[in-house]
Write a protein that binds this ligand. Structure first.
Ligand code: TXA
Ligand code: MG
Length: 452
């Protein structure tokens, strides 16, 4: 199967108008696509595939790239599990482009009966009240809410993996919204990586993992948030966070009815603190190399520790965040040899707002991706007791949003360089923002955790 990467510049697809509903929530967007734009043509082709084909389509969201299929067709949803080689007992998140689209699904209506807000007028709102403050604050955005799957649900049973609930999210990436709008069906979409690999935050990552397994990748540049959405359950009392992500616990707790939100995920390493036999490695968000996560409380590893883990004449990846110095702290001297070689940094998010008509204050800001390229990779050798280790060093910076945006990409970049081990500088979970989400993913990726 041939895999095509279709570049789409969000600033060139046409115009979009936001239509707020009375509760000041984004109700829907109206897209007026430019008939002469190649970018809009690519989007239309992808939407057509979503409607007709059983081969999923990869597309950007603000969190990570998603692998989308029509959530109402079983054969299409099965295509996702097949392409990713993902176990089918894991439920998928369903993506909506408007509240009306979500409401019609909750009423058990077929997908394309979603209309404008006026049609909802006299009917009771099927969205549970508990979610209203969250929706008005965080949608469109990196938040997934659990909802009851209605009787006579149009959803394919494969999406919910047999559960009575489903996860719903309205992404804020303009291309994701446009694609779902054009397809006119709710879109089931897990992250577009091969199962067990780090989530993709750029179209190249998707192509690397799924080449030959899917036909279409919409390339909208790198993702803004970099970790997946926060999943919340407001149907239980007290409400809980099932997966940490782009919206923090503090942000959730600041909403009325959500003050007592509990953490419903396990905040522990999957692999424990000791190395396991190679075949026993828990694989999730995992590159090929052994990932060694150094918890923030612990401080930088010494040169001796690095050497013990990697051995001489081999390659070591470093992912540094806040504190580790220009080189890892060393009780024994490390000498750096050779020139530091900078590789090109990934292209920045390109999102031009100039073609947009937005009739809703705040929308422009919330739909615009804040662009930032990740730091370059540097290569140098360190010498220790006469032996040489090659170091491939990525600095993500000290800002948590930058770390979240760059962390999956850094794991992938180092893996491509065939390093033997990757040492990662952990950050403090309590920092708010997306720190908890970053550490949750890193603990799953790590084979070895170094703690106090
Ligand atoms: O940011 C994201 O959410 C990305 C992008 C592509 O939108 N999507 C994503 O989807 O991460 P996915 O399908 O990989 O997320 C599935 C996770 C499950 O592992 C589970 O944690 C939660 O969402 N989930 C989905 N449906 C659920 C349900 N009915 N009950 C409990 N958890 C559910
Ligand atoms: Mg995933």
């Amino acid at each position: 199967m041939e895999t095509r990467i279709l570049p789409v510049d969000a600033g060139r697809i046409g115009r979009v108008a936001a239509l707020p509903s009375p509760g000041d929530v984004l109700d829907r967007l109206d897209f007026i696509l430019d008939d002469h734009s190649p970018d809009a043509k690519h989007l239309r082709e992808a939407a057509e595939k979503l409607r007709q084909s059983d081969i999923p389509v990869a597309f950007p969201t603000e969190t990570v790239y998603g692998l989308g299929a029509d959530a109402t067709r079983s054969s299409a949803v099965r295509g996702i599990y097949k392409a990713k080689q993902r176990p089918s007992d894991n439920p998928l998140i369903i993506h909506f482009a408007s509240l009306s689209q979500l409401r019609s699904l909750l009423r058990g209506q077929p997908p394309s009966s979603s209309h404008g807000p006026e049609q909802d007028g006299n009917l009771d709102d099927p969205i549970p009240d508990i979610y209203k403050p969250l929706i008005s604050r965080f949608w469109p955005g990196p938040l997934t809410i659990l909802l009851p799957n209605p009787p006579h649900s149009p959803l394919a049973p494969e999406v919910t993996a047999g559960l009575k609930t489903f996860g719903a999210r309205m992404p804020r990436h303009i291309l994701a919204l446009a694609l779902i709008h054009l397809a006119d069906v709710p879109i089931a979409a897990p992250s577009a990586n091969a199962s067990t690999k780090p989530s993709p935050t750029a179209a190249e990552h998707v192509a690397y993992d799924l080449h030959g397994r899917i036909e279409t990748i919409i390339d909208g540049g790198p993702c803004d948030v970099g970790v997946e959405s926060t999943v919340v359950d407001g149907l239980s009392n007290p409400p809980s966070i099932l997966r940490p992500g782009g919206i923090s616990l503090e942000q959730i707790r600041s909403c009325p009815g959500w003050e007592a939100t509990e953490i419903g995920y396990q905040n522990i390493a999957e692999a424990g603190t000791t190395p396991k036999a190679p075949g026993m490695k828990y694989r999730h968000y995992s590159p090929k190399a052994t990932v060694v996560l150094v918890e923030s409380s612990r401080g930088a590893p010494s040169a001796t520790e690095l050497h013990q883990q990697v051995g001489s004449g081999r390659r070591l990846g470093l992912i540094r965040t806040k504190l580790w110095g220009i080189r890892p702290s060393d009780p024994e001297p490390i000498t750096q040899r050779g020139a530091i070689q900078s590789l090109e940094s990934p292209k920045a998010v390109h999102f031009a707002g100039s073609h947009m008509t937005l009739g809703f204050s705040g929308m422009l800001q919330s739909l615009q991706a804040s662009s930032k390229a990740t730091s370059p990779l540097q290569k140098y050798d360190i010498e220790l007791r006469g032996s040489t280790i090659q170091v491939l060093d990525i600095r993500l910076g000290s800002n948590v949003a930058d770390i979240a945006r760059g962390v999956f990409s850094a794991l992938r970049d180092l893996d491509k360089e065939n390093v033997d081990a990757i040492f990662v500088e952990g950050i403090d979970d309590d920092e708010g923002d997306t720190a908890a989400a970053v550490m949750n993913r890193l603990r799953k990726a790590a084979e070895i955790r170094v703690q106090d």
